[in-house]
Write a protein that binds this ligand. Structure first.
Ligand SMILES: Cc1ncc(COP(=O)(O)O)c(C=O)c1O
Length: 401
C-alpha cells in the first residue's frame, strides 16, 4: 500500500482476536476436508431453547418489530435485566441503568470508551479474556497486567493490585467465572478487590457472562452484592450468549450508574443504534424466563469438564487444574516446549508454536496461552460434543506420543 493509504495507528495497534483466528483456521481446514476437532470456540454446542426461538419467530411475523427500537433497548427488556439482576445478584438496579448492547463484547467496548481517557491505566488480572487489553487500547488507555498463577487459583492478591496501582489507575477488569481459566473468585477475593477499589476510587468492570456456569457447589460471588459500596463505581457486563446458548443472537448489556448508562447509549447511538429488535424479543423471553436450560447445559458441561481434565492430566507433560466455572480447561504445557514432540519430532518453542503444530499435525485446535497473556498454556473449550471431546483428547495424547 502507498504511504497515503496507511491505516490508522488505532487499528494497527490492535491485535486480532486469537480465539477467532484459531476457530477460523480450524473451520477453513474442515472446509478443505481435513477432519479437525475444534476446542477453540467459546460457544455452547447446544441449540437455543425452542421457546426462545419460538418467541423470536413470532416477533418476526409482527411488523411492529421491524423498526428501530430505542437505542438503549426495548423498555421491557431493560426492566427484565434489572429484575434478573435482583434475582441472581441480589441487589436492585433501575432499568434506566441498563443498556442493551450487541453482545457482551460491545458492552465491554462501550464501558471502556465511556470511562477511559488517553493514558489512563486499566488493571487486567491475567490470564485475561483476549479482548480486554485491545478494548482498553481502543479507548486510548494502557492495559496493566497483573498475573496470578494456577497455584493461587488464578486469583489476584490485593498486594499485587496495589503494586500495580498508580495515579493513572482508572479501572480494574473483573471476570469471574473466568475465560480462559475457569477460575471462580472466592467471596473473600471479591470483597478484598471491591474494598480496594472503593478505597482507591477505581472503577470496577465486572464481566459476569459465565455467572450460571459453576460446578462442585461453587457459586458466583457478585462484587456488587459482596461490596454494596462499590455500586456507584461498578459497571456490570453480561449477556445471553453463554447462559441460553445464544451466541449468534448478539444480545448483551451493561449496567452502570445512570450517567454511565446514558453516555454508553449516546455512544451506541452513533455506532450501531439498537440491537436487532427480534433478537431483543428473543432475549426478553430468555431473561424473563426460567434457568432450566442452563441447568441442563451445566450438567452436560460438568461431565465434560471431568472428562477433559482427567484426559489432559493423562498426557505426559500436560497438567491441568480442575476449573470451577465457565467451560474452559486451561492446561499447563510448559513441559512440552523446547523438546521434540509429535510423530515428526517437531520442537515448539512457545505455546503458540505448540498450538500450531497440534492443529497442523494432530488436527486438534486449541488456543495458545499467548492470547490470554499466559504463555505456556493451552485453552481447551469443552463446549463441544462428548464424542468430539473424547476423540480430540485421544488425538492429543497420541500426537504427543
Ligand atoms: C469473558 C467474556 N466476556 C464477554 C464475552 C462476549 O460474549 P458475546 O459478545 O458473545 O455476548 C465473551 C465471549 O466469549 C467472554 O468470554
Amino acid at each position: 500500500m502507498a504511504d497515503w493509504q496507511t491505516l490508522s495507528d488505532r487499528v494497527d495497534n490492535v491485535a486480532p482476536s486469537a480465539t477467532l483466528a484459531v476457530d477460523a483456521k480450524a473451520k477453513a481446514m474442515k472446509a478443505a476436508g481435513v477432519d479437525v476437532i475444534g476446542f477453540g470456540a467459546g460457544e455452547p454446542n447446544f441449540p437455543t431453547p425452542d421457546y426462545i426461538v419460538e418467541a423470536a419467530a413470532n416477533a418476526c411475523r409482527d411488523p411492529k418489530n421491524h423498526r428501530y427500537t430505542p437505542t438503549p433497548g426495548l423498555p421491557p427488556l431493560r426492566k427484565a435485566v434489572a429484575a434478573k439482576t435482583l434475582r441472581d445478584s441480589g441487589y436492585e438496579v433501575s432499568p434506566d441503568q441498563v443498556v442493551i448492547t450487541n453482545g457482551g463484547k460491545q458492552a465491554v467496548y462501550e464501558a471502556l470508551q465511556v470511562i477511559v481517557n488517553p493514558g489512563d491505566e486499566v488493571i487486567i488480572p491475567t490470564p485475561y479474556w483476549t479482548t480486554y487489553p485491545e478494548a482498553v487500547k481502543l479507548a486510548g488507555g494502557k492495559p496493566v497486567e497483573v498475573f496470578s498463577d494456577a497455584e493461587h487459583g488464578f486469583e489476584p492478591s490485593v498486594e499485587a493490585l496495589e503494586a500495580a496501582r498508580t495515579p493513572r489507575t482508572k479501572a480494574i477488569m473483573v471476570n469471574s467465572p473466568s475465560n480462559p481459566t475457569g477460575a471462580v473468585w472466592s467471596e473473600e477475593t471479591m470483597r478484598a478487590v471491591g474494598e480496594w477499589a472503593v478505597e482507591h476510587h477505581v472503577w470496577v468492570l465486572s464481566d459476569e457472562i459465565y455467572e450460571h456456569l459453576t460446578y462442585d457447589g461453587v457459586k458466583t460471588a457478585y462484587i456488587g452484592a459482596v461490596v454494596p459500596e462499590v455500586r456507584d463505581q461498578l459497571i456490570v457486563l453480561n449477556g445471553v450468549a453463554k447462559t441460553y446458548a445464544m451466541t449468534g443472537w448478539r444480545v448483551g448489556w451493561l449496567i452502570g450508574p445512570e450517567p454511565v448508562a446514558k453516555a454508553a447509549a449516546k455512544l451506541q447511538g452513533h455506532m450501531t443504534s439498537n440491537v436487532a429488535d427480534v433478537s431483543q424479543q428473543a432475549a426478553l423471553t430468555a431473561v424473563a424466563g426460567p434457568l432450566d436450560a442452563v441447568s441442563q447445559m451445566r450438567a452436560a458441561f460438568d461431565k465434560r469438564r471431568k472428562t477433559i481434565v482427567a484426559a489432559l492430566n493423562d498426557i505426559p507433560g500436560v497438567t491441568c487444574r480442575t476449573p470451577k466455572g465457565a467451560f474452559y480447561a486451561f492446561a499447563d504445557v510448559r513441559e512440552l516446549l523446547g523438546r521434540p514432540v509429535g510423530p515428526k519430532g517437531s520442537v515448539a518453542k512457545t505455546s503458540a508454536d505448540l498450538a500450531a503444530l497440534l492443529l497442523d499435525e494432530g488436527h486438534v485446535a486449541a488456543v495458545p496461552g499467548e492470547a490470554f497473556g499466559a504463555p505456556g498454556f493451552l485453552r481447551f473449550s469443552y463446549a463441544l460434543a462428548d464424542d468430539d471431546l473424547a476423540e480430540g483428547m485421544r488425538r492429543f495424547k497420541v500426537w504427543v506420543g
